[in-house]
Design a protein around this ligand. Structure first.
Ligand code: ATP
Ligand code: MG
Length: 650
């Protein structure tokens, strides 16, 4: 039987060396750190932990009984203390911690002193509502400062939070509240999105009809008169009323390293979301060090991660990582196209943002809109760019580098998951020579490997399954209330090894290239092809903005490639374009990757976090009933596509 590994097809050989300025000033610029960390994993992470505050030092750095890890065992700490009090005590009381911009253009700057006061007060509010250490608190909010304040207040008193993205429906909220068995819900009357109101409290009311564990609801007034709301006496409370009487001092709870910090549900790209469990000490150390080195934070930097805090990227790289470093973190409430398509660049210009961290889906959208939007604004403050969420197609990488980074900013393509808690595969900007489309190499101390079906490491440029062979501090500790699924999902394919669910290859220089989800791999006449490479070949054509590639059943080949393509503004769909694109793929990769079908579409079905949902495209192409669509951003996209597909297929 042939060894069924994923074929690695596309060759990308452009390289970018770190700019000299980085080599001279970066926080981490000594390549030996990789060897040191590999030789002494525990010593490496213990040194990072030593930068932070502990009420009691750990006895043991790591206890590893696969698949269960404990980090900084016996240590006592508080992550809110490390994110706030530590900096206030070190003279940063008046430094900006959070720069916030609302969608209508309102703004707030909160210093470390301000955030500490607000967090302490809200921690006292939670206590007054009967929230105790260990009680779960659900947070369903727009991107306003009260969101991180609520999270940090929970962390301060040891109540695990579970943030539900504000774009989710009442039903999704209800399911997550019930899974977490939360006692309190924190929400807002509404939030702004493209000039309209997202009726959060109304959705919450609908959810609350079926959530027996919720005792109290705290409501932030965000939109006021614009969205009148219903209040249930005794259960619902205004945030500002409760805060008015709350004492401004609240002692932080000394938490055990392994105490639950939060539960967060995954994006649901591959199926039903999983309630991922993160604990305190290791998560704190992992997000602290990765933020510091990967984003090369300087004391006067302004750092902007454009994710929503409802996703792990926002947890780790808007809230915990930047604040643990005493940095200035930017938060924006709205969408990139409101009031116009240059909103992100207007924010960069206005606050002189130095480091921006966004997603390939956003970058491909900016490409589709055209470079005239960033060109309107002064982006000269930027010195480093980051991306996360999906593989970035080389053309999108080059566009980002050129049109946003002005050709001078390194791009850190960071691979990680809700489950990993922290970035695991990434360049370090002063050390790593970059290749567009490659997340480059594992962070120091991270042991990543690519295995074939039999569990053997694959050779250079052969595709296989990305796994992690050693524990890392911010790793998940489980799936909430589902211990079997934890073992089944991540630790069963190869015993003692963490299975990521992603396909990858490593090139001759040892660089990692993510090839897409294992579930998305296509098998054409015995060749196993990752979706990413065919998509990147399509996006390489100047007419194409975005592409999603899937396998459809084929009598002779087993499977054939079908592509769903979005064109850039100004290009026309049609038979001629189909031929051009098929030829383009053949030229870039070879005949075996030629798409059998190409369908043009204005939009692709995506999760609410912006990822392409290929499983739904497969359902459409195979004429099946659509699978779980609750995490879809826009239901109409997939319905319209299904109809068109059926029409064209005859
Ligand atoms: P679910 O697990 O519920 O299907 P999800 O996997 O989309 O949802 P996340 O944890 O938000 O949930 O996403 C992690 C996944 O995103 C990774 O497993 C990988 O497939 C993809 N990803 C993230 N960053 C990168 C990157 N830099 N390059 C390639 N893929 C990435
Ligand atoms: Mg996943």
């Amino acid at each position: 039987m042939p060894d069924r590994t994923i074929e690695a097809l596309l060759l990308e050989d452009r390289t970018f060396v770190p700019p000299p300025a980085f080599g001279q000033t970066a926080t981490m610029r000594d390549e030996r750190v990789y060897d040191e960390a590999a030789k002494d994993l525990e010593g490496f992470w213990a040194r990072a932990a030593g930068d932070l505050h502990w009420f009691a030092k750990w006895r043991t750095v790591l206890e590893w009984a696969p698949p269960y890890a404990k980090w900084f065992v016996g240590g006592r700490t508080n992550i809110a203390y490390n994110c706030l009090d530590r900096h206030v005590k070190a003279g940063r009381r008046t430094k900006a911690a959070i720069i916030w911009e609302g969608e209508p253009g309102d703004e707030r700057v909160l210093t470390y002193g301000d955030v500490l006061r607000e967090v302490s007060k809200f921690a006292n509010v939670l206590k007054s509502l009967g929230v105790k250490r260990g009680d779960r608190v659900t947070i369903y909010m727009p991107m306003i400062p009260e969101l991180p304040i609520a999270m940090l207040a929970c962390a301060r008193i040891g109540a695990p939070h579970t943030v539900v993205f504000g774009g989710f429906s009442a039903e999704a909220l209800r399911d997550r509240i019930n899974d977490a068995q939360a006692k309190v819900l924190i929400t807002a009357d509404g939030g702004w999105r493209r000039g309209n109101i997202v009726p959060l409290k109304r959705n919450a009311d609908e959810a609350l009809a079926g959530t027996p564990t919720i005792e109290h609801v705290v409501v932030v007034r965000r939109v006021g008169e614009a969205a009148p709301i219903h209040f249930q006496e005794g259960r619902d409370h205004w945030w500002h009323r409760l805060m008015a009487d709350a004492p401004a001092v609240c002692e932080p709870e000394p938490m055990d390293s392994e105490d639950l910090l939060y539960i967060l549900y995954t994006s649901g790209t591959t199926g039903k979301p999983k309630g991922i469990v993160h604990t305190t000490g290791g998560y704190m150390v992992g997000t602290y060090l990765t933020t510091k080195w990967i984003f090369d934070l300087k004391d006067d930097d302004v750092f902007w991660c454009t994710a929503d805090i409802g996703w792990v990227t926002g947890h780790s790289y808007i809230v915990y990582g930047p604040l643990a470093n005493g940095a200035t973190t930017v938060m924006y409430e709205g969408t990139p196209d409101y009031p116009d398509k240059d909103r992100f660049w207007a924010i960069v210009e206005k606050y002189r943002v130095n480091i921006i961290y966004t997603a390939p889906t956003a970058i491909r959208t900016f490409m589709k809109w055209g470079p005239q939007y960033p060109a309107r604004r002064d982006l000269s403050s930027l010195r480093l760019l980051g991306t996360v969420g999906e593989p970035i197609n080389p053309e999108a990488w080059i566009w980002y580098h050129q049109h946003i980074g002005g050709g001078r900013c390194p791009v850190v393509d960071t691979w990680w998951q809700t489950e990993t808690g922290m970035i695991l595969i990434t360049p370090l900007p002063a050390i790593t020579t970059l290749k567009p489309g490659s997340a480059t190499r594992p962070f120091p101390g991270v042991a990543a490997e690519i295995l074939n079906e039999q569990g053997k490491p694959v050779g250079p440029n052969e595709g296989g399954y990305l796994v992690l062979t050693k524990p890392w501090p911010a790793m998940l500790r489980g799936i909430y209330r589902d211990p079997d699924r934890y073992v089944q999902q991540y630790w069963s394919r190869y015993p003692g090894v963490y299975f990521t669910g992603d396909g990858a290859k490593r090139d001759k220089d040892g660089y990692f290239w993510l090839l897409g989800r294992v579930d998305d791999v296509i098998n054409v006449a015995g060749h196993r092809i990752g979706t990413y490479e065919v998509e990147s070949a399509l996006v390489d054509n100047p007419a194409v903005a975005e592409a999603a590639v899937i396998g459809v059943t084929h009598d002779i080949k087993g499977q054939a490639i079908a592509a769903f393509v979005t064109l850039k503004e100004g290009f026309t769909a049609g038979a001629e374009m189909v031929d051009t694109l098929k030829q383009h793929v053949v030229k870039k990769i070879g005949a075996l990757a030629r798409p059998e079908q190409i369908l043009f579409t204005g939009e692709l079905p995506k999760t609410r976090s912006g990822k392409i949902m290929r499983r739904l495209l497969r359902d459409i192409a195979e004429g099946r009933v659509l699978g779980d669509t609750t995490t879809l951003a826009d239901q109409t996209v997939v319905q319209a596509l299904k109809q068109r597909y059926e029409e064209e297929a005859g």
